[in-house]
Design a binder for this molecule. Structure first.
Ligand code: F6P
Length: 357
C-alpha cells in the first residue's frame, strides 16, 4: 500500500461528457481512503502554470450530470518539452502532489507516462468521445456523443422528409469511425462511410436513387470526419456533391463540436465512476503508468506504453523499433486486441449495411 496524501487530477485534450462524473467519483473514493484530491486547471498547462483548485464539497456537488469539465482542458505543446516537464514536476513537488490521475485520450496518456517516468506515479482514464483507445472497449463520452448525434439526425430527418432531401452528416471521431457507425445504425442511415472500412460509393449512390424511385423522401448518410478524399477534402463534402450530381437535393451538415456537449448519459456517468474508483485504488496499491480499461464490462487496466503502441499497431502507424521492447506474449496480446477491434467494427458495419438496404 502506498502512503499517498494528495492526488492531483486533470482533464486534457478534447473534453468529453462524463469527465465531471469521473472527477467527482475520484474525490469521493480518495476521501474514503484518507486522501485529498486536488484539481489541476486546464490539463497539463495547469501543472506548468501552477493553476490548482481545491475540490471542495461545494465545488464538486451537482457536477455528476454536467458536461464539459469543471477543470477545463487544453492541448499543451509546452508540456512536451523537457523544460515544461520539469516545471510540471516542480509544481507537483511544491504542492505535495504524490500522484496524478489524467483523464483524456492518447495525448493525455503520453503525458501520464512521462510524469511517471519523472517520478510522479500517474494513471490515465480514457475520456474522449472518439473511443479510439484500442486497449479499452469503451471511452467515457462515447455514449453521450452517439445519443446527441442520433437526436440531431432525428431532427434533420423531420425537415428533410418535408423537402424530400438527402442529409449528409459528418460526425467527429478523429481517425475513428465509431461514433458515425453507431449513430448511422441508431438513425437508420441509408449509407455510412468510415475510415476503417472501404466505402462503396457507387453502390451507396445507386441505393439512394433506388430508394427515391421507390418513394422514400428523406435519407440520411453518415460520414466520419476522419475520412478524407485523396486531396485531403473531407469526404463528407465530396460525397454530398456526388449525390447532388446524381440529381438529388442533398444538404451537408457538419455536427462538429456540438456532439461533445450535452448532459452525460447514465452509461457515461456510471463508467466514469467505476473507472475513477479503480484508478484511485490502483494508485493506492502502488500501481502506476496504467490506462484504465473497460473490457467485457469489467474494469481493468493495461500498461500505458503497451496501450499506446497497440493503438499504433491498430492504426498501422508503427515506427521502426516500436515493437522491440515487447515480449512475444505481449505482442500476441497486442495483435489480439487489434483483431478484436477490427472484428467488432466489421460486424457493426455489416449491420449498418443490412439496415441500409
Ligand atoms: O478527440 C476528440 C475530438 O473531438 C475529435 O473527435 C476531433 O477530431 C477533435 O477532438 C477536435 O479537436 P478540437 O476541439 O481541438 O477542435
Amino acid at each position: 500500500m502506498q502512503k499517498f496524501r494528495k492526488i492531483g487530477i486533470l482533464t486534457s485534450g478534447g473534453d468529453a461528457p462524463g469527465m465531471n462524473a469521473c472527477v467527482k467519483a475520484a474525490v469521493h473514493r480518495a476521501a474514503e481512503l484518507g486522501i485529498e484530491v486536488i484539481g489541476i486547471n486546464g490539463g497539463y498547462a495547469g501543472l506548468i502554470q501552477n493553476d490548482l483548485v481545491e475540490l471542495t464539497e461545494h465545488k464538486i456537488s451537482n457536477i455528476v450530470g454536467e458536461s464539459g469539465t469543471i477543470l477545463y482542458s487544453s492541448r499543451c505543446p509546452e508540456f512536451k518539452t523537457e523544460e515544461g516537464m520539469q516545471t510540471a514536476i516542480a509544481t507537483c513537488r511544491a504542492n505535495s502532489i504524490d500522484a496524478l490521475i489524467c483523464i483524456g485520450g492518447d495525448g493525455t496518456f503520453r503525458g501520464a507516462t512521462d510524469m511517471t517516468l519523472h517520478g510522479i506515479p500517474s494513471i490515465g482514464i480514457p475520456g474522449t468521445i472518439d473511443n479510439d483507445i484500442t486497449a479499452t472497449d469503451y471511452t467515457i463520452g462515447l455514449d453521450t456523443a452517439i445519443n446527441t448525434s442520433t437526436a440531431l439526425i432525428d431532427n434533420l430527418r423531420d425537415t428533410h422528409e418535408s423537402h424530400a432531401r438527402v442529409g449528409v452528416v459528418e460526425l467527429m471521431g478523429n481517425e475513428c469511425g465509431q461514433i458515425a457507425l453507431y449513430a448511422a445504425i441508431a438513425s437508420g442511415a441509408v449509407a455510412c462511410a468510415i475510415p476503417e472500412i472501404p466505402f462503396n460509393e457507387d453502390a451507396a449512390i445507386k441505393r439512394i436513387l433506388a430508394h427515391r424511385a421507390a418513394g422514400k423522401r428523406n435519407m440520411i448518410v453518415v460520414v466520419a470526419e476522419g475520412l478524407k478524399a485523396d486531396d485531403g477534402t473531407p469526404y463528407a463534402e465530396v460525397l454530398n456533391q456526388k449525390i447532388k450530381d446524381a440529381g438529388m437535393d442533398s444538404k451537408f451538415f457538419r455536427a462538429a463540436h456540438v456532439i461533445r456537449g450535452g448532459r452525460p448519459t447514465a452509461r457515461d456517468r456510471v463508467t466514469a465512476a467505476r473507472m475513477a474508483c479503480y484508478a484511485v485504488e490502483k494508485l493506492v496499491e502502488g500501481k502506476s503508468n496504467l490506462v484504465v480499461c473497460e473490457n467485457e464490462d469489467k474494469i481493468d487496466s493495461m500498461d500505458i506504453t503497451l496501450a499506446l503502441i497497440t493503438d499504433r499497431m491498430y492504426k498501422n502507424k508503427l515506427k521502426p523499433g516500436d515493437l522491440d521492447r515487447f515480449s512475444p506474449a505481449e505482442l500476441e496480446t497486442m495483435k489480439a486486441i487489434c483483431e478484436k477491434r477490427r472484428a467488432e467494427i466489421a460486424a457493426l458495419y455489416s449491420v449498418a449495411e443490412h439496415i441500409a438496404q
